[in-house]
Design a protein around this ligand. Structure first.
Ligand code: SAH
Length: 459
């Protein structure tokens, strides 16, 4: 989003009274509210107003007179600049409490529902948890290549040498990429000038198997030294089991393009979840925190109260994980996913786990649901796990026609979750709301809500 109307630099003194849904400190200054990065409730100090957007003021702390007891020394010294882990300076228990409250608040504000929310389940060791790492690259004045994260709302890359939330195996691979790009004259792509070759390097690590995928996202299809680059990369990092080139020539902030070449290995990695084995391709969605994903999936299975007579439906299914895990406890599973590569993975995943009572379709979940409802098909339990924007009215109207007796809604965005639950709340009763901390030190929270069909609405 663009930042407009940058106010002349003003410093005000204020007290932080709350944390916003975005995790910014809320400071009242007369009739103004200032949203302050890295300021926590109870803290007082000087705040530099940095910009105004849509009538709201944003700022950063320039001096603190009073610190919160929940303020801690972050492991990462650039966590404020990078913008990824805005909560690394906030005690982990306080992060979890904020996430629980955020879910409750979103239900109150958006769904007008006063709900009970279980305390957010946290990680025992909330570091080095991410199995997917994606970094843009750039070159400094001396010609050295670096990589990092985009500073919020800009194309400016904050160099990152060590990230404390990503799988540690990525660090060496990224360093080798930087070195080889420089020595082989492979230019990082510059978004503003639209010049250069390599846009991003994406690394996917398997938690249970010694497998690592490197995806080279390039602006052009072929480039000089491609073969030598891959040979040298794999020689220096033999832990890499596959290298894929993904071509994205569009001016977009979507990282991956459509076209792909497998440059080394099988083109996918394998990992395990809840005792099943999964293959994961570059373009397929796969949860990024393997430890918490298992906890979340186990909870989702229990919340579904599955029986051997049940027909289960898994919507927005990615590579089929939830549906395949549910399969052993139900009669059969139908699943639907939009991305072709993920569906291909899902079908292979059923085969590799010898699961037969499973059908997966490549379609828009809403169109598929509408068709199921018009054919009056029978579904007992619906798992739904849409992207951040949530589901839509077509999908939810079809749910109200199909009337599955149980719904397990997995969501990575509490605001759209609350909106969607409110939409079906007339017919469905909320049983449990359980947040999971899939993304420690960030302001994101994953939530599972189980719902049951109200008695009067049963067939
Ligand atoms: N349940 C899976 C994936 C959840 S992420 C898991 O736990 O791993 C959401 C998924 O919804 C992604 O795979 C995305 O490709 C898919 N998706 C997004 N929009 C969709 C739509 N309109 N119809 C079907 N699937 C969609």
């Amino acid at each position: 989003m663009r930042q407009t109307g940058v106010a002349p630099l003003t410093v005000v003194h204020g007290k932080c009274v709350d944390l916003s849904f975005e995790g910014k400190g809320v400071v009242k200054n007369g009739s103004d509210v200032i949203f302050v990065d890295g300021m926590f409730p109870g803290e007082e100090g000087d705040i530099e107003i940095t910009y105004r957007r849509a009538g709201q003021l944003f700022g950063k702390v320039s001096h603190l007179d009073k610190k919160s007891p929940n303020r801690i020394d972050p492991r990462c010294k650039i966590c404020s600049a990078c913008g990824g882990c805005t909560f690394q300076q906030y005690a982990y228990e306080a992060q979890l409490k904020w996430k629980t409250d955020k879910v409750k608040e979103q239900f109150r504000k958006i769904a007008h529902m006063d709900v009970e929310v279980q305390p957010c389940v946290g990680m025992d060791n909330p570091y080095y948890y991410r199995n997917k790492i994606q970094m843009p690259f750039a070159k400094d004045r001396k010609g050295n290549v670096y990589c990092g994260f985009y500073k919020q709302n800009t194309h400016v890359i904050v160099p990152v040498d060590k990230c404390h939330i990503e799988d540690e195996r990525a660090e060496k691979i990224l360093n080798v990429c930087k070195k080889l790009m420089k020595s082989m004259h492979i230019d990082p792509y510059n978004e503003d000038e639209r010049y250069g070759v390599l846009r991003h390097v994406l690394i996917r690590t398997s938690y249970y198997k010694d497998q690592i995928m490197v995806v080279l996202v390039t602006a052009v299809d072929s480039f000089r030294s491609r073969g030598n680059f891959v040979d040298a990369l794999v020689k220096e990092c033999p832990e890499i089991t596959t290298v894929v080139q993904n071509i994205n020539s569009r001016a977009t902030n979507v990282i991956l393009g459509e076209k792909e070449h497998v440059l080394y290995g099988k083109g996918y990695i394998e990992d395990s979840l809840c005792g099943l084995s999964f293959r994961i391709s570059a373009k397929s969605f796969y949860q990024t925190n393997p430890v918490m994903t298992e906890k979340l999936y186990r909870f989702a299975m229990e919340a579904g109260k599955l029986t051997k007579e049940d027909v289960a439906f898994d919507a927005y299914s990615g590579i089929g994980t939830i549906g395949l895990i549910a399969c052993k406890d139900v009669k059969n599973v139908i699943s639907v996913e939009l991305v072709g590569a993920a569906v291909k993975d899902g079908i292979r995943n059923a085969e590799r786990n010898h699961i037969e009572d499973f059908k997966m379709y490549c379609d828009d979940a809403s169109s598929f649901m509408v068709n199921m409802a018009s054919r009056k098909e029978h579904v007992d339990v619906l798992f739904m796990d849409p992207p951040r924007k949530g589901s839509d009215e077509r999908f939810l109207n079809a749910v109200l026609k199909l009337k599955p007796s149980r719904i397990v809604y997995v969501s990575c965005e509490p605001s759209t979750l609350a909106r969607d639950v409110a939409y079906i709340n007339g017919m469905y009763q909320v049983e449990v709301i359980q947040p999971f901390d899939m993304f420690p030190h960030t302001t994101h929270v994953e939530t599972v809500v189980s719902l049951s069909l109200k008695k009067a609405d049963k067939h």
